[in-house]
Design a protein around this ligand. Structure first.
Ligand SMILES: Nc1ncnc2c1ncn2[C@@H]1O[C@H](COP(=O)(O)OP(=O)(O)OP(=O)(O)O)[C@@H](O)[C@H]1O
Ligand SMILES: [Mg+2]
Length: 288
């Protein structure tokens, strides 16, 4: 059965392309055929895909903005019959009608959110629009949030988790701020294709997301990101310490085949001001 996953958040830079490309690479590494549908005119996913070599597991790319010459648009946009997973990367600044269009046939919708006040305001609006205009029911288990670029033990992280809890939309993964994602983006590889114990902690954070995508199982209680990082297995596998966040931002050499690896930009620090919490029900009532 072909499953379709849509990654969206009208807020720019929240991690849509990061999640879409890493998911595609994960499925390709599992021997499945993923389709990476890039609906963004910026074409970041398409550029990432172009960096992959023939020797790497195959991902079928589709982009309405990059139709090859000599090929009809219909042909370029078709989903191969043997596709196993369709992963849709969407642009920023989607309007509520596009939100409804893009999600109507999705088996799962992933909304990445960053720990910042602006991102929280934006995601509140986005989720309200999905529930109202996208006609998504909470009990369908089609919609979930991924907290992205998180720094553990910060006020922002704690506030973000409290806010996400108040949304009553499951948080199915918490991804830390890590150089591994920046390197993967630059090199056309996926996190799960990166070899070495230092990537084990980041890779472990995807287990609950992939479980939810595949089986619909929502992690119990608060997402145990801190627990994952601290867990004995992850520690043994990765050699990570409880204070491994700094290590996540050490420079990385990618060892998989890559043609175009340039220097990684250091991620910017987020402010640590406390977040204002929003009441999603009141917000939805106001909008309807
Ligand atoms: N967990 C992470 N740790 C470190 N860097 C990250 C992480 N997630 C994303 N980034 C980086 O943040 C930047 C923005 O991420 P990304 O391009 O995935 O966002 P986006 O939502 O697709 O943006 P846009 O709305 O412009 O399409 C990229 O440089 C990416 O490599
Ligand atoms: Mg993007």
């Amino acid at each position: 059965m072909t499953l379709k996953f849509v990654v969206l958040n009208p807020k720019g830079g929240s991690g849509k392309t990061t999640i879409a490309t890493n998911l595609a690479a994960y499925y390709a590494a599992q021997g499945l055929l993923p389709v990476l549908q890039d609906l963004d005119a910026q074409a970041s996913s398409t550029r990432w895909l172009a960096k992959r070599t023939e020797r790497m597991p195959r991902i079928h790319g589709i982009s309405p903005f990059n139709v090859p010459a000599k090929v009809t648009r219909t042909f370029a946009m078709r989903i191969p019959p043997d596709a196993d997973r369709i992963i849709v990367d969407t642009p920023a600044a989607l309007n509520k009608h596009q939100l409804a269009d893009y999600t109507s046939k999705a088996d799962r919708i992933i909304v990445p959110v960053l720990p910042s006040d602006i991102d929280i305001q934006a995601v509140t609006r986005c989720i309200a629009d999905l529930l109202l205009n996208g006609k998504i029911q909470r009990n369908e288990n089609r919609l979930a949030v991924v907290a992205n670029r998180v720094k553990r033990n910060t006020v922002m992280f704690k506030s973000l988790m409290r806010f996400l809890d108040s949304l009553k939309i499951p948080v199915i993964a918490v991804l830390r701020d890590s150089q591994a994602y920046i390197k993967a983006a630059e090199s056309g590889v996926g996190l799960h294709e990166m070899k070495g114990t230092r990537f084990k902690v980041d890779q472990a954070h995807w287990v609950s997301l992939i479980d939810w995508l595949e089986t619909g199982v929502v992690p119990v209680g608060e997402i145990a990101w801190a627990e994952v990082a601290k867990s004995k297995d992850a520690k043994v596998a990765s050699g990570a310490t409880e204070e491994d966040d700094e290590a996540a931002n050490e420079p990385i050499e990618v060892t998989v085949p890559a043609d175009d690896v340039s220097a990684a930009a250091a991620p910017t620090d987020k402010t640590t001001a406390p977040l204002r919490l929003f009441n999603i029900s009141a917000f939805i009532k106001r909008k309807s």
